[in-house]
Design a protein around this ligand. Sequence first.
Ligand SMILES: C[S@@+](CC[C@H](N)C(=O)[O-])C[C@H]1O[C@@H](n2cnc3c(N)ncnc32)[C@H](O)[C@@H]1O
Length: 304
Amino acid sequence: MTPDTTSTPSDTLGTPGITAADAVVATNHHYDLPPEVFATFLGERMKYTCGLYGTADLSLDEAQTAKLRFIARRLGLRGGERVLDIGAGWGSLTCYLAAEYGCEVVAVTPSRVQIDHLTERAARLGLGHRVTTDRRSVYDLDPDGSFDAVALVGVIEHLPDHHAALATAARSLRPGGHLYVSASCYRSQWHRAVYAPRPASRDVAENIFGHADLRPLSALLAAVEDTGLSLVSTTDLTRDYRRTVRAWADNVRAARTRVDALVPGLADKLLRYLETTEAGWGRTTKHYAFTAVRSRWGHHEETA
Ligand SMILES: C[S@@+](CC[C@H](N)C(=O)[O-])C[C@H]1O[C@@H](n2cnc3c(N)ncnc32)[C@H](O)[C@@H]1O
């Protein structure tokens, strides 16, 4: 039997009592900034999450492509599957899967600016027939158990109720379907209790992102277990995220004039966030990717 997680209370520390709707309004302030700003520092795919460097001497763009390949493998994709990309950003994963795997992707984000950008990008790449954009919050989705794969890449940090979001993701999967989640986490519940209330952490959570709440991995894995899915892999990507954030910061410094021309004062704000984040990796914060399968057995042909 799958436990009922719909009544699980939010355990938000950063912004006590914030509703799901308030969190969307707050995060949209960041994600509705002009896409040109993000294009100055995120690299050609505009992927706003960790790349995959491993031990190789890769560029940011190479690391982001390696990461997208990694996600596709973790999702067990072979070609032509239906994928739900929750919190799709400007379409890095959506367009990659539609182009390289011929997947039919439904891309969900509550940001109007991101939806417009993603829709235009998919059309420009000749992928419009494989990509559907859906401007909604994860909490407003109606899961129908029809997707082969669901991805939440760097999204759960913005969601006040991670239990409900993961339950929706799980119910979106067909039997045997795969869930991929990547998330920045506090090292432990103790680190969350001590560091989340500090001014530098609150500045990033509230003034940069509008709403962000990092949980320890254990809390996320417990919530996945509550969905009834079987966990099949967990990977520590903390070192990769540190390299990614360093590359972004270098790009912001190099594009400072352009960033400030687009949004006055933003370059310093972004650098403050990137430097705060940089200081925490491996000490107070970690970044993980994990995969789960809608199957009793958790069987997963893992190649990554
Ligand atoms: C850090 S970005 C990651 C974007 C993308 N996955 C990537 O890897 O580039 C976080 C994304 O989560 C989205 N998001 C925030 N709150 C959300 C919600 N309630 N439901 C769905 N997506 C949400 C944001 O709009 C944004 O697209």
